[in-house]
Design a protein around this ligand. Structure first.
Ligand SMILES: [Zn+2]
Length: 279
């Protein structure tokens, strides 16, 4: 393998290239090159320009962590989002294996309205409202975190097995690893659930078991628990807000506002999506 090719990072180039990251980085490279020229250092200027452009070409970006902040800058900038995303790409086309799709939750196929879930959770003493804020009751919160801590050290195999065992709706689960870790669900194993989501929802589902009878409310309620996370249940990193207008999340199309997301920067996985626009 050529040394230059070894630098190539396919997760941020080719079809996966994030244009906000690329444009921002090329802009920074250009600004630095111009600055050095202005200081009468043409050789340094040329070097910066050459190395910088090559790095952006091969790796998608130059400045570390660009995929974490560029999308937010773009979202905040007055430049129309369409400049970066002309066609609404399928939100899963960034996956290497395009036949697989990311599931938001174990509750993706559960049909139950949010109001019923809210009412049942309140009646069972799982959540309480204080002013405008919603909280998990102390006992539930403690039980949930304790169970998440136990599951966090489980292998992916063990997690998949635990899902099959605990949830009647899950017949078949198996580990799946690409650049991050998932549990693959469904008869064809095409639905991927991020590992931190599996830990959070399985722990919540089990915690709710003692308090709720209706399995649909348990599964849907377990999904709702994730909104109360502030740290990653697997690696304990603090979750950061991001935006789905990026290579890190997927984009729904020019006419839609990007969803706000909570992501684990270490696991590089999405823990919650606040849907801004559902149409
Ligand atoms: Zn994590």
């Amino acid at each position: 393998m050529e040394p230059v090719e070894a630098l190539r990072d396919e997760s941020h180039t080719g079809a996966n290239r994030c244009w906000p990251c690329t444009v921002l980085n090329l802009g920074l490279v250009g600004a630095l090159a111009v600055f050095l020229r202005g200081r009468n250092r043409p050789r340094s200027s040329l070097l910066v320009a050459t190395v910088g452009v090559t790095a952006v070409y091969l790796r998608g970006y130059l400045v570390p962590y660009t995929p974490r902040f560029a999308p937010r800058l773009v979202a905040a900038s007055p430049v129309p989002d369409e400049w970066f995303h002309g066609e609404p790409p399928d939100r899963d086309t960034s996956r290497e294996d395009t036949t697989r799709r990311e599931n938001e939750s174990l509750a993706d196929d559960v049909e139950i309205d949010g109001e019923t879930v809210f009412r049942e959770l309140s009646a069972a003493g799982v959540i309480e409202v204080e002013g405008e804020q919603l909280f998990l009751t102390t006992a539930v919160d403690a039980a949930w975190h304790e169970r998440m801590d136990e599951l966090a050290s489980d292998s992916l195999d063990a997690l998949a097995a635990a899902l099959e065992e605990s949830l009647p709706s899950v017949d078949d689960a198996e580990p799946y690893v690409d650049d991050t870790e998932w549990v693959a669900l469904g008869s064809d194993h095409k639905q991927l659930l991020p590992r931190p989501v599996v830990v959070a929802e399985l722990a919540a589902y089990e915690t709710l078991g003692e308090r709720l009878d209706d399995d649909r409310v348990r599964v849907a309620g377990a999904e709702a628990f994730r909104i109360f996370l502030d740290r990653c249940p697997v690696c304990d990193a603090e979750l950061v807000e991001s935006s789905s207008v990026s290579c890190c999340g997927g984009h729904l199309g020019p006419r839609q506002d990007p969803d706000e997301t909570l992501v684990c920067p270490t696991c590089e996985q999405r823990l919650y999506t606040f849907e801004v626009n559902d149409t």
